[in-house]
Design a protein around this ligand. Sequence first.
Ligand SMILES: NC(=O)c1ccc[n+]([C@@H]2O[C@H](COP(=O)([O-])OP(=O)(O)OC[C@H]3O[C@@H](n4cnc5c(N)ncnc54)[C@H](O)[C@@H]3O)[C@@H](O)[C@H]2O)c1
Length: 277
Amino acid sequence: MSKELRSFCNLEGRVAVVFGCATGIGAASARRLAERGARVVLADIDEARVTDTAAHIARAGGEAVPVCCDVRDEARIAAAIRMAVDRFGRLDIVHNNAAAMHLVSSDKDVCSLTAELWDQTMQVNARGQMIACKHAIGPMLASGGGSIVNTSSLSGIAGELTSTAYGASKAAINQLTRAVATQYGARRIRCNAVLPGLIQFDGERPAGRGLPAALRESLKRHQLTPEPGRADDVANAVAFLVSDEARFITGQLLVVDGGMSAHQPFYADMRDLLDAV
Ligand SMILES: NC(=O)c1ccc[n+]([C@@H]2O[C@H](COP(=O)([O-])OP(=O)(O)OC[C@H]3O[C@@H](n4cnc5c(N)ncnc54)[C@H](O)[C@@H]3O)[C@@H](O)[C@H]2O)c1
């Protein structure tokens, strides 16, 4: 293997903060960034689990510091970023991944949605990411530039029968991503979003947590690739987007969904029809 290929997505010398990384996609992202050489601050409201994830990274030879951080609290977000700079001397990467997933099961159609649920969803998902961008930009400029990746969702680009507040929060993240990219691109800060599809978690919980099994199976019919999506698939996209190999990519929404959103809406029905004839 050539030296150039070995160093593909090399993050040695980089410092990252991942928000929402105790479990799932965020934990996979923190692990992947550390494997590629970044020193990582792991910020999450779930102190016990984020400490475990940091210990896992350290056992694998990476450098990771856990910090208890509720992204509803601006001072906590600012403190997590300050910790990265104080501890490691710079800031290059932020992955904004925290989301109030426990609210999704109560998030139905617009007529049954309460203003309270809307506000709570927006506060964690969209406001939290905006505040993290706001506090990351200064230290990134001081480090000569940086890269931010925001976790969005397919729910932010298409209408659904449920998840009204969740989808709106993700659409806000898409626009936040373009705004940050536009405002700071000339000063070497890139900002992109990843939009996961249906993600399967190894041993932790089934794909599409909270979805009934029949609905999960039905959704899978719309995926083009046969294998289930894994948290690592999203983590790989994040590692690429924050690397120098993606230096010409900014303001983009990268869908990581096995092709679920790539086809005509009637794809699955058409397949069933063709199979039947
Ligand atoms: N799992 C999927 O299929 C899927 C699909 C599309 C998008 N996503 C997005 O991926 C991201 C990760 O989701 P996941 O499925 O891995 O779920 P998850 O629940 O494992 O991850 C969410 C993380 O955010 C943390 N968090 C929640 N509230 C927080 C707060 N107030 N402050 C700080 N941290 C907080 C949780 O502790 C957890 O570690 C989310 O942004 C979600 O919207 C997931």
